[in-house]
Write a protein that binds this ligand. Sequence first.
Ligand code: ACO
Ligand code: ZN
Length: 174
Amino acid sequence: MGTEKGTQIKSFGNFRDTNPIVVRRCTLEDLEGVINVNEQELPEDYPYFFYKSILDNYPESFLVACNSNKEIIGYIMWRVERTPAITNLKLKNNGHLVSIAVLKNYRRLGIATTLLSHSMKKIKKYKVDEYVLEVRMSNFEATNLYKKFKFDTQSIKEKYYRDGENAYYMTFKA
Ligand code: ACO
Ligand code: ZN
């Protein structure tokens, strides 16, 4: 099934009877909407070129969720980083979850679950050895989501965020 832009991955039956929600690949025209969701839902903001470079380099795993008015209501983006393994210093590829967010009115419908499960399959094509992410220790919803996806806490990154909050560094073997 196709849409006018991007590839439709999942249509969420009906949201409040009238609003089907669609998950599909992000396009250049979607970036404004993605930035809007990020600014509403997360204190970590990025410049436009940062989103653009992720879209240019890892388009397959950059997904958006849209409502029936074609507004962006959620997104997920990843990048791949080559880093030495702690144990043997051999280089490995980490699929790094850069950011995920869903607008408040659309939470708890399984949208983040769909964004994560589809994008993880896509980022794996870059020969990823491990999926990694940081999350605020106070972010109960998100840490719960990652645990549901079998991520484990590897370590705590002290004062990872600009406001001084610590992060859980969570990983999952691909
Ligand atoms: N309380 C407890 N657990 C929750 C909650 C909640 N309010 N919301 C989600 N979860 C967990 C549950 O395990 C849930 O599974 P379940 O419904 O079977 O119990 C699981 O997450 C999946 O729920 P979804 O409906 O798929 O998640 P949703 O679409 O609501 O989005 C998200 C979850 C992205 C964390 C959302 O709350 C959000 O946008 N928060 C603000 C932005 C944010 O914190 N992003 C993550 C930052 S870290 C990073 O980006 C690397
Ligand atoms: Zn990170």
